[in-house]
Ligand binder design. Structure first.
Ligand code: C5P
Length: 367
């Protein structure tokens, strides 16, 4: 019986980038936040003498071979488990394909979760936090699975090998991302918040954005060492701001699940984004190099923000290196007003909400 897994999108609530490191990567400090938007990843797997992978998609732009992140993840996981299997993966693209939403990285984690379900590895062995159940690890089970902590650590390691923003999807909710983005720490969630994702047709190349960032660092005399202090300071600021979390009994604590459409999720109370002051200082460094190259994107941010209007965003930003942008809003009405502002500019947008960790895991397996 195939396993169908939701593969959720993410946005970056702030993204601070350091100067280039000798290994070619950049240290960064970001808060990833998962969204309700998702692709569907269907996995069928059965033990076999030799491993054989087959990948299909409803979207012809998705690579169907070893270049695909889901393919890489499953191949590495089987290797780590010391298992051989025949695996079929189907990726149904529903998310906008624009960069910045982590869609390909999320697909990799969804494929892993599907593989685990198909092979009878309980989700509790992989989900973050202490394992809620124990697995009957008899002598014939792969040794990496004896003890949930070791498999949790191993799958994070595999995810980091596949890409810098893959491990975040093994945590879900609000996540602090450090080092090259692959070092992930769960943060206390804030209440589900209305979000408009704008998906302009512009394509932004992430490697090019990093190269432009490098030129800026050189011009400003920023070194990997000098930027590290700033990144450490920002990481501490994130951690303490999010420590406020969701006050008890507020929506989004995981007990209430998804609220009714049309309901103002942030409620009459002030959103945590405002209450904690985060919205006043977070920024995405990529905007400094991407907006000058693609001026229409700066204009879309302005439309999402709606500054000065009563329906202004709590926060609006480029996500990752773009070209997707997002705005977060106090109410559904404010979010709809932002979509209205985008319409005359011919910019496609989607209405969604931020997805806390508990709901992320509860909703992940569809069947
Ligand atoms: O890890 P990932 O495959 O997502 O990285 C793609 C490219 O983006 C890397 O080869 C590197 O050039 C750049 N990158 C970076 N610093 C990061 C993450 C990615 O320079 N923190």
């Amino acid at each position: 019986m195939p396993t169908v897994v939701r593969s959720h999108a993410k946005i970056n609530l702030g993204l601070y980038i350091g100067a280039p490191r000798p290994d070619g990567f950049h240290a960064l400090s970001t808060v990833y936040q998962t969204l309700e938007l998702y692709d569907l990843v269907t996995v069928t797997a059965r033990p076999a003498v030799a491993t054989a992978l087959d990948l299909t998609s409803n979207d012809s732009r998705v690579p169907t071979d070893a270049r695909n992140t889901a393919w890489k993840m499953v191949a590495l996981a089987l290797d780590a488990l010391g298992l051989s299997a025949e695996v079929q993966i189907h990726i149904e693209k529903r998310l906008p394909v624009q960069g910045g939403l982590g869609a390909g990285s999320a697909n990799a984690v969804a494929a892993l979760v599907g593989l685990e379900a198909e092979l009878g590895i309980p989700q509790s062995l992989g989900a973050p936090g202490p394992a809620s159940g124990t697995w009957d690890s008899n002598n014939s089970s792969p040794s990496v699975l004896r003890g949930s902590a070791s498999w949790r650590a191993k799958r994070l390691q595999i995810a980091a090998q596949v890409g810098s923003d893959v491990p975040l999807f093994l945590i879900g909710g609000a996540i602090l991302g450090l080092d090259r983005g692959q070092q992930v720490y769960p943060l206390p969630d804030f209440e589900p918040t209305w979000c408009v994702v704008a998906t302009p047709e512009t394509g932004v190349s992430t490697p090019q954005a990093f190269r432009d960032w490098d030129a800026l660092c050189q011009a400003e005399g920023l070194t990997a060492e000098s930027s590290q202090d700033k990144l450490n300071e920002l990481s501490r600021a994130y951690a303490s701001a999010f420590a406020g979390g969701i006050p008890e009994g507020r929506p989004g604590d995981g007990s209430s699940g998804v609220l009714a459409a049309g309901e103002d999720l942030a409620g009459p109370q002030e959103s945590a984004l405002v209450r904690t002051g985060i919205s006043s200082w977070i920024q995405n460094d990529f905007e400094r190099v991407v907006f000058p190259q693609h001026p229409p994107l700066a204009e879309i941010k302005r439309l999402l923000a709606g500054s000065g209007s009563p329906e202004a965003a709590l926060h609006a930003s480029l996500s990752g290196s773009g070209s997707a942008l997002f705005g977060l809003y106090q109410s559904c009405g404010d979010a709809e007003a932002a979509r209205e502002r985008l319409r005359p500019a011919g910019v496609a947008s989607t209405l969604t909400r931020t997805l806390p960790r508990s709901a992320y895991w509860r909703q992940m397996l569809l069947q």
